[in-house]
Design a protein around this ligand. Structure first.
Ligand code: ADP
Ligand code: MG
Length: 347
């Protein structure tokens, strides 16, 4: 059975309870997929996979996944002092800093999303993320004053970065700092997925902190079933049932990571153009893309853009996106035409 019901029935089981995207799996007697899980990148990961023709020991798969995640963390985590990104952030201005090929390609992808989102997305947003208490320094939730915000704006702006693709090195003319939190998990999903494929594991559903990638057919012999959850739902109601394979799915929610002060909600999505957290009625964005890194980055970019601009940019870029906004009229859903093939048809 495909799971397009509004909530899990007797014949469905919840494989993962991710905050926003839940995985549904029918258990109609077929041999279920193997399950592995762990913690990395400040979050959890889950893998469901069908055993390949040439058996691979489960403990080797576990170790392989962990090694891939560790490598990404050691390069891109701002929570580690000795990561590549932290060393770049501390490096002196106006000197070339050599980076790994992975780092360079993630930065290049981020800069492209920054350009195509007219600056709504910008990985040099780090000082503002910190100022608002969402960064590694995790300050107290105090509302920064206008002056403090203004003082940091010159230290934000990706156009200031200099890149040398030949020598794989980057340079900052002012004390810019990078924050890859918005796409590193997606990149990690891609890296793990590529490693799994290299091991002959080509039927899987992988999730790292809510960002997912599916490959091949599920144990039922059809695409994998995932569901977008209603925002703010204690009961984990399903907003949209999806049927996806050989693609990645990423969701950003402006309500997911936030603090409240004086009755107002401040989200961890910061508009680099104003220096302030976004406040608007777009509560959830789900992007389906070939690359988990791009899905992850675009989900954040679209959340920052807000409903109207996000829809315009998503159409312009030909992205498959599902939006949820909440206003006086309640919860409203919309999607681009590219998303239609992934909406599960009720049976
Ligand atoms: P999650 O980590 O919940 O999946 P996202 O993928 O949306 O969320 O990433 C949010 C993180 O991205 C923030 O915690 C912050 O570090 C960073 N960030 C916030 N605003 C922006 C922005 N405008 N451009 C790029 N990165 C941002
Ligand atoms: Mg993101």
């Amino acid at each position: 059975m495909t799971s397009a019901d509004n909530r899990p029935s007797h014949s469905t089981e919840w494989l993962f309870c991710i905050v926003l995207v839940l995985v549904l799996s029918a258990c109609g007697g077929q041999r279920g997929p193997l399950q592995l899980a762990g913690n990395a990148m400040g979050t959890s990961w889950h893998l469901s996979y069908m055993a390949p023709a040439v058996a691979v020991d489960r403990s080797l798969v576990q170790a392989g996944v962990e090694a891939q995640l560790e490598q990404v963390e050691q390069s891109m985590s701002t929570y580690r002092d000795d990561s590549e990104i932290s060393r770049f952030n501390r490096a002196p201005v106006d000197t070339w800093f050599t980076v790994s090929g992975e780092f360079y390609s993630v930065l290049s992808a981020a800069l492209a999303v920054g350009r195509d989102s007219a600056g709504a997305y910008d990985v040099t947003v780090a000082p503002l993320v910190d100022l608002w208490g969402f960064g590694p320094s995790m300050g107290e939730a105090v509302l920064p004053g206008g002056e403090a915000i203004k003082a940091l704006l010159p230290l934000v702006g990706q156009q200031q970065l200099r890149l040398d693709g030949e020598a794989l090195r980057i340079r900052k003319p002012v004390a810019l700092t990078l924050d890859f939190s918005s796409l590193a998990k997606g990149f990690a999903v891609d890296q793990v997925a590529n490693w799994l494929l290299s091991q002959g594991i080509d039927r899987f559903l992988l999730e790292v902190g809510g960002e997912m990638r599916m490959s091949g057919l599920s144990h039922r012999g059809d695409p994998w079933h995932v569901a977008v959850e209603q925002p703010d739902s204690a009961t984990r109601d399903v907003a949209a049932a999806l049927s996806v394979t050989d693609r990645a799915v990423a969701t950003s929610g402006s309500y997911r990571n936030y603090f409240e002060m004086d009755g107002r909600r401040y989200s961890h999505s910061i508009d680099p153009r104003t220096g302030r957290p976004v406040i608007h009625d777009l509560v959830s964005v789900t992007v389906i893309h070939n690359s988990a890194m791009m899905a992850d980055a675009w989900a954040t970019a679209l959340i920052v853009l807000g409903a109207d601009q996000a829809m315009a940019v998503a159409r312009e870029q030909g992205l498959a996106v599902y939006f949820m906004r909440r206003n006086e009229m309640g919860l409203q859903h919309s999607h681009t035409t590219e998303f239609v093939p992934f909406l599960a048809v009720e049976q």
